[in-house]
Ligand binder design. Structure first.
Ligand code: B12
Ligand code: SF4
Length: 457
């Protein structure tokens, strides 16, 4: 089998940043890539991960030192295939790393030129755009397990479903592993466990806890217009037995007891999730976890069960206090459901975070007024207020490409779009009024977040 090196690009935030060294709060650990590599290894492939984000922090933000270290990994491992994994926010950094590696290979005396490929959210959504800025040999469209296995097994890329090559026009998604329980539990020793399990407020979202991510299911059953969650992952989930065993294994390997459940919404598969909770309760589990839940999926029984099973926080996307805007977003929740979900959390005693979007299409000041009212009424434990940008992979991006196009001229513009930071205003109000509301809601956020109290273990 061929050897694969998967490169996780760094983010711009850490470039030249000496204040975020290795020993400070980590990012959330990359479960998607580690799971992918574990699967391929279980099938006999030789796979390594070059986690350049971690390496950059280890090098105090020095990109030259990090690129040299990456080159040394290549020289030592001699991969046949180098695959970049990224979503839109890391497109630019991926391209920078790719350019450097390509040059080093071109000037080296090695006769083994690897095949360069990319996969993940951005290459899946925009294979042509990816190849335009990164002249790779191929891009993998969709979930990576099956196409990579075939590629490493020696099959010609042209014969593999989901592989898109320069000059191709037709985009076809890769086949997927139908039953998620067929996947092995991610082997975290493929990256630096000590780094990713440092106590972090940012990842536990409650207080300084050693936290690792776990995924129960992929995809989402909903199709909110602003969200890219469904861009390629088909909705399916693990069995409760598998998932609880996975939590145990990760806890043991990483020496942790707190998890972030990465799913779009655990309420999407609520019967099976209730079974997970029952199993955790029955085993008197020491685990704590937080997870996302949709407002329309919250009910007293489920919340009580989750609380008993170690839930320390729930995340809700309430998005807007305006019924008109919620409808426009195709969010398929009502303001009343948001109020009820919040009430239930207060009653059952589960701290909760709510997230809102401002700057949505056709938004009026009266809509923002309703958003502020909903925040004040529901009194979340913590809050985020995000400025809308049509993210690639979302229905809003698809239906507004003509409007967005003039703002996207360079790879940097793509990155800004991916970071939800495009300089675009979609609301129905003068710029200064939008600034007024944004500042007002952000200070409300600061006020609420400063009151957050940590729950007892
Ligand atoms: C966890 C997560 C994060 C974590 C990342 C943790 C990590 N280190 O991986 C954190 C919290 C850091 C994060 C941050 C952000 N995220 Co995020 N995140 C997710 C989430 C919820 C799950 C990712 C995941 O694990 N998926 C499951 C696994 C199985 O999928 P995967 O990782 O993509 O891997 C599979 C394939 O992509 C492929 N693959 C992956 N890599 C490779 C490599 C090769 C070579 C190949 C062949 C295949 C391949 O095979 C894998 C297995 O099938 C997704 C939602 C989603 N549906 O994916 C959003 C998502 C990726 N995030 C998104 C966004 C917008 C962001 C932010 C910009 C949000 C913000 N406002 O700040 C930031 C960006 C920060 C930055 N600068 O990097 C968007 C991306 C849309 C886009 N077009 O880019 C998504 C889709 C969410 C959404 N609702 O729209 N995120
Ligand atoms: S916003 Fe949440 S519920 Fe809506 S599609 Fe995205 S992940 Fe699913």
């Amino acid at each position: 089998m061929k050897k694969l090196l998967i490169v996780i690009p760094w983010t711009r935030y850490y470039v030249g940043n000496r204040d975020c060294p290795f020993a400070s709060s980590p990012e959330r650990a990359p479960e998607g890539v580690v799971g992918l590599a574990t699967y391929l290894i279980s099938k006999g492939a030789d796979v390594r991960i070059a986690d350049t984000l971690y390496m950059l922090r280890l090098n105090d933000g020095d990109t030259d030192a990090t690129l040299t270290q990456l080159w040394e990994t290549c020289a030592d491992f001699k991969p046949d295939v180098i695959g970049f994994s990224f979503f839109t926010a890391r497109f630019e950094c991926a391209a920078q790393i790719f350019d450097d590696l390509r040059l080093r290979y071109a000037h080296s005396d090695t006769s083994r030129q690897p095949m360069f490929i990319a996969g993940g959210v951005h290459p899946t959504l925009l294979p042509q755009v990816t190849l335009q800025y990164m002249p790779l040999d191929a891009v993998v469209v969709g979930e990576g397990e099956l196409p990579l296995l075939e590629l490493l097994g020696g099959k010609h890329p042209r014969e593999i479903k989901g592989i898109f090559m320069p000059g191709d026009v037709h985009v076809e998604k890769a086949n997927v592993v139908e039953c998620l329980d067929d996947l092995p539990v991610p082997d975290w020793s493929l990256i630096d466990i000590d780094h990713y399990t440092q106590p972090s407020y940012q990842i536990s979202n409650t207080r300084l806890l050693r936290t690792m991510p776990v995924t129960f299911g992929r995809g989402c059953l909903y199709r909110c217009n602003f969200c890219a969650h469904n861009c390629f992952l088909r909705a399916r989930h693990h069995s409760a037995n598998y998932f609880v065993a996975k939590m145990r294994q990760v806890a043991q390997q990483c020496g942790i007891d707190t998890f972030v459940v990465q799913d779009s919404s655990i309420g999407n598969f609520s019967d099976e999730w209730a079974e997970v909770c029952r199993q955790l309760i029955a085993m008197d589990s020491p685990f704590r976890w937080w997870a996302n839940l949709r407002a329309n999926q919250a009910n007293r029984r489920l919340l009580q069960l989750m609380k008993q099973a170690g839930c320390i926080k729930l995340f809700f996307g309430f998005e807007s206090g305006s019924p008109r805007i919620l409808k426009r977003m195709s969010k398929r929740i009502t303001v009343e459901q948001c109020r009820q979900a919040a009430e239930l959390c207060h009653e059952v005693g589960i701290p909760f975070y709510t997230s809102y979007i401002i700057n949505y299409f056709g938004e009026e000041e009266s809509d923002l007024q309703l958003t502020e009212e909903l925040i004040r009424q529901t009194q979340p434990t913590s809050l985020s207020v995000n400025t809308f940008s049509p993210i690639p992979g979302s229905a809003d991006y698809e239906s507004h490409t003509q409007m967005i196009k003039p703002y996207i001229n360079t790879i940097h513009d793509w990155t800004r779009l991916g970071m939800l930071a495009a300089p675009l205003r979609f609301g129905n109000m003068p710029e200064e009024r939008f600034d007024y509301w944004r500042t007002r809601l952000r200070s409300l956020k600061q006020e609420i977040n400063s009151h957050e109290t940590a729950p007892e273990p």
